[in-house]
Design a protein around this ligand. Structure first.
Ligand code: EPU
Length: 425
């Protein structure tokens, strides 16, 4: 297992290029199963989660070639049976269910377990597929989904107790594109990654309207075709570098992020400005420069579905607020258990009390490097950020978490002036 040594105290400056979105790439890669024609997907980040998805597509029978961010997939003859050994490695594997049932009228996929950020049930995914006429049997930890007479368009409300579901909306949308008749998804997720998937499907010949709103309408079509598509920039990677700039940026020059989407970054931008930092976008909204403020102050954050503040940025902002003077309160309403990073940050000197999905941060503490354990993807990023402005060396173990979703994060930070070593074991 690799580990990262972050020698703190260096000031960051320069330009970083943001990669394509991991969370947009995963369902888009799965959606290539909807056609036997060749799809070319560009700017797919080279991270382990996209590699797992490619392994699944290959195991199902698709021909896949990957070269520097471009993935070429032809899902000619495919199987409905996803191998447990690969599926179990990544929860997002479940977004192959929709395309498989749509194209083959059946799918066998193992039931994902819980994970460190919460229980992560799949009831809403199944509700969507059942509404379209599929039957579901559970056996030996696997879900067998079948629609003997094909899928039929239907209206379905996908709201759960924590709000809408991103991959659940994706699954129902992908199932509905080849269903007979019209499907309406109420309480749909509005995240930019859902919109990107809808744009991809429409380019393949689907008829989807309303993506990005709470009501998505899908008119089923007979067939989809191959396309050439470029995924959107990763708003969470961008947000993470924005926080890095606020925490450890050179005050005069700051850090410039290229290939971003201003609209998708609104919640993180607003909180950074509220906390006293400077964020300036170019006229096109495709690049921004972040400089640390002279008088930063604590802020309160409540995570919410898009356009609210993303749960995937909660850990990184908690790291920022730990070194920001004042008291900040951070509540995660989507994944109330997603606070494992706080105990690790406390070992570095942060003062954070977590109770019932809420962290109360007594900010402005000087952090000092310590050996810490990464618990999930965004928690690992938060520990790297804490390490950047700590005295001494932070040793981050279980680095595979960060490699699931950040493309070369250590190299990108080193290019900005950070002192980071990857120790390969
Ligand atoms: N939920 C249910 N039932 C379901 C599905 C979800 O109750 O059937 C609940 C969840 O437990 C959670 C809430 O609904 O409380 C929202 O979960 P959602 O389904 O939206 O999460 P997801 O689609 O599985 C995606 C991202 C996550 C991100 C969440 C929330 C991908 C591959 N994953 O997961 O990203 O945190 O949306 O925005 O797109 C990450 O990148 O680090 C990450 C975890």
């Amino acid at each position: 297992m690799d580990k990262l040594l972050v020698h703190g105290g260096k000031k960051l400056q320069g330009t970083v290029h943001i990669s394509g979105s991991k969370n947009a790439s995963l369902p888009i890669l799965a959606a290539t199963l909807l056609t036997g024609e060749t799809c070319i997907i560009r700017r797919v980040p080279d991270v382990s989660d996209t590699n797992y998805m490619i392994q699944i597509l290959t195991a199902l029978g698709a021909e896949v070639e990957r070269s520097s961010g471009t993935v070429r997939i032809t899902a000619g003859t495919i199987s409905h049976d996803a191998p447990y050994e690969i599926v179990r490695k990544m929860r997002a594997s479940i977004c192959i269910m929709g395309p498989l049932v749509a194209r083959l009228h059946k799918a066998s996929v193992s039931l994902p377990g819980g994970c460190v950020i919460g229980d992560r049930p799949v009831d809403l995914h199944l509700k969507g597929l059942e509404a379209l006429g599929a039957t579901i049997d559970m056996e030996g930890g696997n879900m067998h989904i079948e629609a003997k007479d094909g899928l039929h368009g239907q209206e379905c409300d996908l709201r759960g107790k924590h709000g809408p579901t991103v991959l659940g909306t994706d699954n129902m949308m992908m199932a509905a594109v080849l269903a007979k008749g019209k499907t309406v998804i109420e309480s749909a997720a509005c995240e930019p990654e859902v919109v990107d998937l809808a744009n991809f499907l429409n380019k393949m010949g689907a008829k989807i309207t309303g993506a990005g709103t709470r009501r998505i309408e899908i008119e089923g079509v007979e067939k989809l075709h191959g396309v050439d598509y470029t995924v959107i920039p990763d708003r969470i990677e961008a947000g993470t570098f924005m926080v890095a700039a606020a925490m450890a940026g050179c005050p005069e020059k700051g850090v410039t992020l290229n290939r971003v989407c201003q609209e998708d970054l609104k919640p993180s931008t607003a909180k950074l400005i509220e906390a006293g930092h400077s964020v300036e976008f170019n006229a096109k909204g495709t690049s921004c420069t972040v400089k640390p403020g002279q008088n930063p102050k604590g802020v309160n954050i409540v995570t919410a579905p898009f356009p609210g503040f993303p749960t995937d940025m909660q850990a990184q902002f908690t790291s920022l607020l730990a070194v920001t003077p004042g008291i900040s309160v951070v509540e995660d309403t989507i994944f109330p258990q997603r606070f494992m990073h706080c105990a690790e940050m406390s070992r570095m000197g942060a003062n954070i009390k977590v109770d019932n999905g809420t962290a109360v941060i007594q900010g402005g503490k000087k952090l000092s490097g310590a050996p810490v354990m990464a618990s999930d993807l965004r928690a690992s990023a938060a520990l790297v950020l804490s390490g950047l402005c700590s005295e001494g060396t932070t040793e981050i173990n279980r680095l595979y978490h960060i490699d699931r979703g950040y493309e070369n994060i250590d190299d990108k930070l080193v290019m900005l002036g950070a002192d980071i070593e990857r120790v390969r074991e």
